[in-house]
Design a protein around this ligand. Structure first.
Ligand code: CP
Ligand code: NVA
Length: 297
């Protein structure tokens, strides 16, 4: 039986992802009376980078639904010294029911998962951030109804978050416009993804305006001047639909990728988006733990 790893959106059947989102809506409705579906189950979390939202939302998600958590920094594990990936994966699999890992090296995460006999969740690598995009889909469905046929315009860097939005576009049926410096344009644009170098044109009639830091963790010291035309300003928001929302996975860098006026405007939904990490995570965990007997409904 295939292990229910949550490593990349395009590795999971679209109907499964849509069912996870439906469960996330249902679990959010039970925010104040959470079903104890993780009773007796444990999640290990390992981080090689900082985190506020991923760390807190996974821990609270697990505990609110009756489970246990264990959190470690990557440098605290023997794997950071001499122990092999295979031995670490085998041992972790004997202690806990699932593992959530934030690891820069995507290939190493996949190698670790392939050695595990428990589900492994990608808590963000340098290549993708699938848990974030599930929370973003939940937020878009709440604010705008279905994401299908919506125009989502992304501004700034080509990074782990934008790459995962590109994976999500054909799955959830939205149209993604990438507005980035030309040298960052990806070599291949997948289904439902287009490129527009001019930020004002990219924002035109968009339902969602989304951005992220210009300097992802691990890229400190990189120049940011080429990103300035892609800053989300009131002028850029004015190109979008009247109902358009502003999204950002956070942490936010005011006066860089977004101006304070946009953050102060009613279009800003970033705190709802951050809260939705919690509800999306509950549903992702429930999907991963299905073979351990977990069911949401
Ligand atoms: N959006 C997000 O993943 O935030 P953290 O880095 O704080 O986990
Ligand atoms: N692109 C950012 C996302 C942080 C949640 C980073 O990798 O640092």
């Amino acid at each position: 039986m295939a292990i229910r790893h949550f490593l990349d959106l395009d590795a999971i059947a679209p109907e499964e992802l849509k069912a996870i989102l439906a469960d996330a809506h249902a679990l959010k409705k039970q925010k104040f009376n959470p079903p104890q579906i993780f009773d007796g189950l444990s999640l290990a979390m390992v981080f090689d980078k900082k985190s506020t939202r991923t760390r807190m939302s996974f821990e609270i998600a697990m505990k609110q639904l009756g489970g246990h958590t264990l959190v470690m920094g990557m440098d605290e594990l023997q794997i950071s010294g001499a122990e092999s990936v295979a031995d670490t994966a085998n041992v972790v699999s004997r202690y806990v029911d699932a593992a959530m890992i934030r690891m820069s090296d995507h290939d190493l995460l996949c190698e670790f998962a392939s050695e595990c006999s428990i589900p492994v969740i990608n808590g963000m690598t340098d290549e993708s951030h699938p848990c974030q995009i599930m929370a973003d889909m939940l937020t878009i469905e709440e604010k705008l109804g279905s994401a299908k046929d919506k125009k989502i315009a992304w501004f700034g860097d080509w990074n782990n978050v934008s790459a995962t939005f590109a994976q999500a576009a054909p799955i959830f049926g939205f149209n993604l416009v990438l507005s980035l410096p030309n040298d960052l344009k990806p070599k291949t644009l997948g289904a439902n993804v287009t490129y527009e170098e001019d930020a004002m044109l990219a924002a035109k009639d968009a339902d969602v305006i989304v951005t992220d830091t210009w300097v992802s963790m691990g890229q400190e010291g990189k120049g940011i001047n080429k990103f300035r035309p892609y800053s989300v300003t009131p002028a850029l928001m004015a190109q979008a639909e009247e109902h358009a929302i502003f999204m950002h996975c956070m942490p936010v860098h005011e006066n860089e990728e977004v101006s304070p006026e946009v953050l102060a405007s009613p279009a800003n939904v970033i705190y709802d988006e951050a809260e939705n990490r919690l509800h999306a995570q509950k549903a992702i965990l429930a999907w991963c733990l299905k073979d351990a007997g977990v069911s949401v409904s």
